[in-house]
Design a protein around this ligand. Structure first.
Ligand code: SAH
Length: 397
């Protein structure tokens, strides 16, 4: 693993800048913003193209606009990106970015490259209120919703870092989006929806709904809206087949138990055999990984066009669980497969860069605590703190 940059850790954010950020505005909001400067309606499309197709980071580069127009825009508006705080590169090509928002809060996004495509794992909140027991993000205290600009900003940052402006029609490094980062996207539905509408717009970032998957722990009342308004693929974090166990692992189950959750899946708009719901199932040793669990899972999902992602648990320090044995994962997967469900085992990626959701952010919080305790600490010793945090979080060999 390599730490590519800590330099930006000390960069001041744009907090206090009175100019309005254009990133994250819907097309109609952008139109209104430009109209407030007296600009004509056709400018909206031009600026949109620069922001989301060309990835412009300044108005100066928008060469299809007359110079005085560019100057006017720069006076009133910004093109706000999150600041890069830490950039970690895994030996397997996975990149993990810790991004700092204008108020100093930090979130993670992760790029996972595959042979002919790549997915970006995007966060929807700073922290998370769900406190799933196996999830590291649930241990973090501070929670707030991300703004549309901060959600879109993660994608802009990834395209910047991957050098993908404008993005080629095929073979993109960033071709897919999974809303599987920090936070519960359906608890921040309006902002997530606005951000995804921007991402799906064919004249901009242009990632289609078929290449976007939103993962929820099961916020039942919002699932239907998500399907009908956005039409994105749905992933559901199931993780257990009895309410007793799921109440423990995913406390949201106490509010929306398994039967209600699965009903909402059955009626998810657009679901059919060619467009299945993904059920995520984290494999926890001796907790949910028996053949009896597999049998019950198959029974529960009967009639739902589904595939099942088996995710070997990503350990973190102090976690009350262990990863299932490979043999247990294999027999579980074989059983589910024989029952007719695709059940790929997710190869753990980025094991050397604090792969578990929220781990990098926690390491950064520890590093800043050290900095606060010893104000004379230098960036070099900060790196040491991050390295110590990494050693502490290294997966068992
Ligand atoms: N709140 C949403 C999305 C974020 S979590 C949800 O719950 O679906 C994305 C996925 O990672 C979820 O399936 C979550 O249960 C899983 N996950 C979280 N921590 C994990 C860990 N340590 N190991 C394996 N999977 C984990």
């Amino acid at each position: 693993m390599s730490v590519l940059s800590h330099a930006a850790m000390f960069a001041p954010g744009p907090a206090g800048d009175p100019r309005r950020n254009l990133v994250g505005l819907s097309r109609s909001q952008l139109g209104e913003a430009l109209a407030s400067l007296g600009l004509e309606p056709f400018r909206t499309r031009q600026v949109w193209h620069w922001l989301y197709h060309r990835g412009a980071t300044s108005f100066e580069t928008m060469t299809t606009l007359a110079k005085p127009v560019r100057a006017k825009l720069a006076e009133a508006f910004t093109i706000g990106r999150p600041t890069l705080a830490t950039d970690l590169a895994s030996a397997d090509g996975t990149r993990k970015w810790l991004l700092r928002m204008a108020d100093g809060q930090e979130i993670e996004s992760v790029h996972i490259p595959e042979e002919d495509r790549g997915a970006l794992c995007v966060s929807s909140q700073v922290g998370c209120t769900l406190t799933c027991r196996f999830c590291h993000t649930g241990t973090q205290r501070l929670v707030r919703n991300l703004e549309p600009a901060e959600i879109v900003g993660q994608i802009l940052h990834a395209r910047d870092a991957l050098g993908e402006w404008p993005a080629p029609p095929d073979g993109r490094l960033l071709s897919n989006i999974v809303m599987m980062g920090m936070g519960e996207p359906l608890y921040n539905y309006d902002n997530v929806a606005q951000a995804l509408q921007i991402v799906m717009d064919g004249e901009g970032i242009a990632i289609s709904k078929r290449r976007i998957t939103l993962s929820t722990a099961g916020v039942v009342p919002v699932m239907h809206r998500c399907g009908s308004e956005l039409g994105v693929n749905l992933a559901v974090s199931l993780h257990a087949v009895t309410n007793d166990l799921r109440d423990q692992l995913v406390p949201l189950n106490r509010k929306y138990p398994i039967a209600e959750l699965l009903d909402a899946c059955r009626s998810y708009p657009g679901v059919h055999n060619a467009r299945r719901i993904t059920f995520e199932y984290v494999m926890l040793r001796d907790v949910n990984d028996s053949l009896a669990d597999a049998r019950e899972l198959v029974r529960l999902l009967r009639g739902i066009p589904a595939k099942i992602n088996l995710i070997p648990f990503n350990p973190w320090p102090g976690a009350p669980f262990e990863r299932s044995n490979p043999a247990a994962i294999q027999s579980f997967g074989d059983f589910v497969n024989a029952a007719g469900y695709a059940s790929p085992v997710r190869t753990p990626r980025g094991q050397d860069i604090m792969a578990a959701c929220g781990q990098l952010k926690s390491a950064s919080l520890r590093a800043s605590a050290i900095l606060r305790a010893a104000p004379s600490a230098t960036p070099a010793s900060l790196n040491g703190a991050a390295a110590a945090a990494e050693r502490e979080t290294a997966p068992p060999a």
